[in-house]
Design a protein around this ligand. Structure first.
Ligand code: RNT
Ligand code: ZN
Length: 421
C-alpha cells in the first residue's frame, strides 16, 4: 500500500474521530499496553518435542486438518515464530507448553523436566527481547489416558502429576527471573467424565489437594504468576469436568491466583466479556485465552467477532489492561499455520484498537441519562467509523505490512520454507 495515501487517509480519519471526542494518536499510543502472548502450539498442532512423540489426546482438544508445513523441530518452530513476529505490530510474548522443551532427543518424562530443558527457549526470548509464559502439559500422556490427572484416584498417577506441576512452577519462576518479567504459569487439566459420575466431590477434593501440594512453594511475584483454567466440557468429557469455573474461581480467589478465562470454555450463550468485570472485583489479575469456538470448544483461528470485541471493550472501558494478561489459544491444522497466527493475533489487536477508539465517557453519560436509543445508535455508527485507516497507520508506524499485504509474505515463506519440510 502507498505510504502517502495511508497517511492522508489517517489524517481524515483522525478528524472524524475528533468530532466524536476520540483522540486517535492517543489510541495508537495506548496499543503499547496490549501485549499478546503467542501460544507456541499453533506451529505444530500441539505436538511437542518429546521422545517418544506424544499424540495429542485428552480433554477433548483436537487439531483437525493436515495442511503441509507444520514445524517438526525446535529450529523450525523458532523460524516460524520469528516470521510471525515480523508480521505483527506491537510487542508480543511467547507462551510455551511443557512438551516443547529442548530435550535433545532424550526421553524426559513430565515428572523429570527441569529449567535446563527450557534454557534455549529463555535465550531465544532474550534474543527476541520478549517475555515468556508457561503451561504444564497434563494431556497426551499414558498417565492421563483414563481421563484423570491431578484429580486421579490412582495415587501413583496423582503424585506423578503433582510432581509435574511443581516442576512447571520451578521452571516458570526461572523463566521470569532470567527474563526480568513475571512468567504467567497456567494450569489446565483435562480431568472429566463422559457419563454421569457419582463421586464428583471426591475428584474435586483431590484436585484441591493436588493444587495445594503442587503450589506449596512460594516464589517471588516478580518471577511467576500462577493461573488456573476451567472448562465446561470436552469431547469425551461431556458430563462433568472436575476443574469447572466455579471450582477454579473459588480456588483463585481463596489462594490469590489468576483466573484464566478461555472463551471456548463456557456455555455458548455465556460471554467472557461479561465475566471480566465480575471476576475483577475479587481477583487481582486475569489471564485470557482468546479463541473462537464454533459449535464446540473447537479452537478455530480468532477473528474479529462480537465475542472478542466485548472482551477487548470491557478491558479498555475499565482501564484493566495492566491487570489482564492476554493469551491466545487456537490450533487450526487446516490452513497455513503462520497465516493462522497472523490472522488471529491481528484480529485480537484490532479488537483492542477499536475499543480504544470508543467515546466511552459520552456513551456512559447517555446511559446514565437513560438515553438508550442514542446509546444504541452511537454503537451502530461506531461500527462503520474509519477503523481501518487507524489500524493501517498503526501498522505503518510499526513497520509491519499494512492491510492484506502480509499475505504475500506468508505465501513466499510457504513456498520457500514450509513446503520444503
Ligand atoms: C484446553 C485448554 C488449554 C489448551 C492448551 C493447549 O481446552 O483450552 O488451554 O487448549 O493448553
Ligand atoms: Zn485454553
Amino acid at each position: 500500500m502507498n505510504k502517502e495515501s495511508i497517511i492522508k487517509t489517517y489524517e481524515l480519519a483522525k478528524e472524524r474521530y475528533a468530532e466524536i471526542g476520540v483522540d486517535t494518536d492517543l489510541a495508537i499510543a495506548k496499543m503499547k499496553d496490549v501485549v499478546i502472548s503467542l501460544h507456541c502450539w499453533q506451529t505444530d498442532d500441539v505436538g511437542g518435542f518429546e521422545t517418544p512423540d506424544a499424540e495429542l489426546s485428552g480433554g477433548g482438544i483436537q487439531a483437525t486438518g493436515n495442511y503441509p508445513g507444520k514445524a517438526g523441530t525446535i529450529e523450525e518452530m523458532r523460524a516460524d515464530l520469528e516470521k510471525v513476529l515480523t508480521l505483527l505490530p506491537g510487542k508480543q510474548r511467547l507462551n510455551l507448553h511443557a512438551i516443547y522443551g529442548d530435550f535433545g532427543g532424550e526421553c524426559v518424562d513430565r515428572d523429570q523436566i527441569e529449567p535446563k530443558h527450557f534454557q534455549s527457549w529463555i535465550d531465544w526470548c532474550k534474543k527476541q527481547d520478549i517475555g515468556m509464559d508457561f503451561n504444564g502439559t497434563f494431556f497426551s500422556h499414558p498417565k492421563a489416558a483414563d481421563g484423570f490427572t491431578l484429580s486421579s484416584k490412582k495415587e501413583d498417577n496423582r503424585i506423578f502429576w503433582v510432581e509435574h506441576l511443581k516442576r512447571c512452577r520451578t521452571i516458570s519462576a526461572e523463566i521470569g527471573k532470567q527474563l526480568n518479567s513475571p512468567c504467567v504459569h497456567n494450569t489446565w487439566i483435562p480431568d472429566g467424565s463422559k457419563d454421569t459420575p457419582i463421586d464428583r466431590n471426591g475428584h474435586r477434593v483431590l484436585l484441591k489437594k493436588s493444587l495445594d501440594e503442587g503450589m506449596a512453594t512460594e516464589y517471588s511475584k516478580e518471577h511467576i504468576k500462577d493461573a488456573v483454567e476451567s472448562k465446561l466440557f470436552g469431547i469425551g468429557a461431556e458430563s462433568m469436568t472436575v476443574g469447572s469455573h466455579d471450582f477454579y474461581l473459588g480456588y483463585a480467589i481463596k489462594n490469590n491466583k489468576l483466573i484464566c478465562l478461555d472463551n471456548g470454555h463456557f456455555h455458548p450463550t455465556e460471554q467472557v466479556g461479561d465475566k471480566i468485570s465480575a471476576v475483577m472485583q475479587f481477583v487481582d489479575e486475569v489471564l485470557l485465552h482468546i479463541t473462537r469456538p464454533v459449535r464446540w470448544d473447537s479452537d478455530h483461528v480468532v477473528t474479529l467477532n462480537e465475542d472478542v470485541q466485548l472482551i477487548a471493550s470491557e478491558i479498555v472501558r475499565n482501564d484493566f489492561l495492566n491487570r489482564i494478561n492476554i493469551g491466545l489459544d487456537f490450533f487450526d491444522a487446516s490452513i497455513n499455520r503462520i497465516g493462522a497466527y497472523v490472522i488471529g493475533t491481528r484480529a485480537a489487536q484490532k479488537a483492542f484498537l477499536i475499543a480504544l477508539l470508543e467515546p466511552t465517557i459520552s456513551l456512559v453519560e447517555m446511559e446514565v441519562a437513560g438515553q438508550n436509543f442514542e446509546r444504541l445508535a452511537m454503537l451502530e455508527e461506531l461500527k462503520t467509523m474509519p477503523i481501518s485507516a487507524v489500524w493501517d497507520y498503526y501498522c505503518l508506524k510499526e513497520n509491519v505490512p499494512v492491510g492484506a499485504d502480509y499475505i504475500a509474505g506468508i505465501q513466499k515463506y510457504e513456498k520457500e520454507v514450509l513446503l520444503k519440510r
